[in-house]
Design a binder for this molecule. Structure first.
Ligand SMILES: [Mn+2]
Length: 470
């Protein structure tokens, strides 16, 4: 069931419209005009040798077509008759004692934006009685029993689903704005709670506590909570080191709301005072973000934004002296050496998946600056994406540069050595592409002075200012 928020009261998740949009995209790829689709949701799965279920995560394609997160459900959309039918799992009377009564057919019809609702036991006769092709996702344990009745793994069907999910409607955007708002509050809480945080684990706990209190039971992804040199590991999730002695903190975490994601990164100095080098790097990343955000509007090729971020990094590294001024910005850009300091993409699509569908990345790209960019297309109104430049000082990533005279000639090692302790800085906001620019969902400040004030105000409260000390 979708948790209600005020702006969506009385409205249903627009499943029917989603089916129609998918069907429209499918027909652009097919010569015929009579198709259906059949998609199975996830089922409850127990851990091996245990009676405990794995955390339930609904199949995103299924949810997109139904708005339903009941385990063991299926859906059929019949294109020619424009009819959407939800199939609920047959009632397991043994389970009612433990789990209570499941949603009834009548309740499902009033809750979801569907034309009809039946039980799954009717599926074999419905599927075998169809006179046209029925597309499905890949065959797995959820739809294995129907595999002879459907056409699975059709690339045109996946294309249609992904193109539909690419452009968010107003209902989806409200869910995402809400997820972002909760995430803002969590980041603010973490920045304010330094008196009780002396391990990375405490940062993680502080974020999760405020997420759950606000009703977000699931995170969009495992929070990345790191400090000092650990910040150079892009997807650091150990989150168990001491904060003491380290001066920089990076937290990349986002709440989920009704399956829709947010994805936000903020950095701050642990005592509220930016060190000289930390602030220098922070301001470079902020400039990379500001200059690329200013380019966001319909028609912009995302690769251009990504490469602009690299150019800002190079100009600023030349000013700091990390890159030697014997070489031009263009020579350094062509050498690709900036990719060792900013190895990931500038941003990715965001939706039900944190790295959402429709970006068509090319992980085989020969250009190492573009290889990990998860969004390789022009921006369109209704796309939601992250803008998340970063600068890292990773011994692992820089090892082959340090040992390669052709690349090392651009770098002044003595200057570089002053920055290792920071680990890395990333700033990440969630943005909607609008008709004439963008809307930034992320409101938690990224201004270094304001961040410093928030951290210091928290520190001034002292440990006694917090109730949740363990
Ligand atoms: Mn991200």
């Amino acid at each position: 069931m979708i948790e209600q928020i005020d702006s969506l009261k009385g409205k249903k998740y627009p499943a029917k419209k989603h089916c129609q949009t998918v069907y429209k995209h499918l027909l652009t790829k097919k010569s015929g005009d009579k198709y259906s689709f059949f998609v199975s949701g996830e089922a409850d799965v127990l851990y091996q040798y245990s009676d405990q279920a794995r955390p339930f995560r609904q199949n995103r394609y299924f949810f997109y077509l139904t708005g339903c997160d009941i385990p063991g459900s299926h859906v059929i959309y019949d294109g020619p008759s424009d009819k959407l039918t939800l199939y609920l799992p047959d009632i397991d009377y043994d389970d009612v004692m433990w789990s209570g009564m499941p949603l009834s057919i009548e309740q499902a019809l009033s809750e979801y934006d569907i034309d009809d609702c039946k039980y799954a036991s009717e599926l074999p006769s419905v599927l075998s009685g169809s006179d046209h092709e029925i597309h499905s996702l890949d065959i797995n344990s959820t739809n294995e029993q129907f595999k002879t009745l459907v056409k699975a793994s059709d690339k045109d069907f996946f294309y249609a689903l992904d193109e539909a999910r690419l452009i968010k409607d107003e209902y989806e955007l409200e869910l995402m704005r809400h997820a972002s708002k909760l995430t803002d509050n969590c980041h603010f809480a973490v920045m304010s709670a330094l008196p009780i945080e002396n391990k990375e684990t405490h940062i993680h706990a502080e974020f999760m506590y405020h997420a759950l209190r606000q009703g977000s039971k699931y995170q969009s992804y495992d929070p990345i909570c790191c400090s000092g040199p650990n910040c150079s590991t892009l997807h650091y999730v150990k989150n168990d080191d001491d904060l003491s002695e380290k001066r920089s903190v990076l937290i990349d975490a986002g709440c989920e709301w009704s399956l829709y994601a947010s994805d936000v990164t903020r950095c701050f100095p642990i005592n509220g005072d930016w060190s000289k080098e930390h602030l220098q790097i922070y301001n470079i990343v902020l400039k990379m973000q500001q200059e690329t955000m200013a380019m966001i509007k319909p028609g912009t090729q995302w690769e251009d934004c990504h490469l602009t971020a690299h150019k800002v990094l190079i100009e600023e590294f030349l000013k700091l002296g990390i890159f030697k001024s014997d070489y031009s910005a263009e020579e350094i850009f062509q050498s690709k050496v900036s990719g060792r300091f900013f190895p990931h993409g500038l941003g990715h699509l965001l939706g039900m998946d944190t790295h959402d569908v429709g970006g068509y990345p090319n992980y085989e790209d020969k250009d190492e600056l573009l290889r990990y960019l998860r969004l390789r297309r022009k921006l369109q109104p209704g796309m939601v994406l992250t803008d998340e430049p970063g600068v890292y000082f990773s011994p692992f990533l820089l090892e082959d540069v340090l040992n390669n005279p052709e690349k090392m000639k651009f770098i002044d090692k003595a200057v570089l050595d002053k920055y290792w302790y920071i680990g890395g800085v990333r700033i990440e906001d969630d943005l909607l592409v609008t008709e004439d620019g963008y809307e930034n969902f992320t409101k938690i400040t990224s201004d270094p002075e304001e961040i410093s004030k928030i951290v210091k105000a928290g520190l001034a409260k002292g440990v006694k200012g917090f109730h949740n000390v363990v």
